[in-house]
Design a protein around this ligand. Structure first.
Ligand SMILES: [Zn+2]
Length: 155
């Protein structure tokens, strides 16, 4: 599992982000039994069905290339749990749409658009201070959130 994910990260190419994203989803599906031990069920079931075309990829100011290169080093001695957490985090970083709106709480990051796992609720959330808003109101951060789709963002 380590070698496979490290190779994937080493081959990261910002110009081929959709392909990289699809490979991450395939990696999760191929290791479903392991991911199931560490990742909440509804999130995992949803993520395993993700298609690159459903999301706006790479809208954040994250240096994805730098992150992927860094992870290809740090994951060498990682255990299953760390790898699973890391990959799900990477999916979040790539696929979660970032708005132009500055976080009203920390004013240190832009709000991202997330969704409930059943796609019924849309949230704005801050990766920096973790505040979450729904319909303009602050709410308790849901246990599970996944990136919002293009369709949800455009609606
Ligand atoms: Zn914030």
């Amino acid at each position: 599992m380590n070698k496979e994910i490290i190779q994937l990260y080493k081959n990261f190419d910002n110009n081929k982000l959709p392909l990289f994203f699809e490979k991450l989803i395939l990696f999760i599906n191929n290791h479903d039994k392991i991911f199931r031990k560490y990742i909440l069920e509804d999130s995992l079931n949803s993520i395993e069905q993700f298609k690159e075309s459903e999301f706006y990829l790479g809208t954040t100011d994250d240096n994805l290339e730098g992150l992927a290169l860094g992870y290809s080093e740090t994951l060498i001695g990682a255990d299953e749990k760390e790898i699973c957490g890391n990959v799900i985090h990477m999916i979040w970083d790539i696929a979660t749409f970032m708005t132009d709106e500055l976080c009203p709480s920390c004013q240190d990051a832009n709000l991202k658009i997330a969704s409930s796992t059943d796609r019924n609720n849309i949230y704005k959330t801050c990766d920096n201070c973790l505040i979450t808003m729904e319909n303009g109101q602050f709410i308790e951060r849901p246990k599970e959130m996944i990136p919002a789709t293009k369709e949800q963002i455009n609606s």
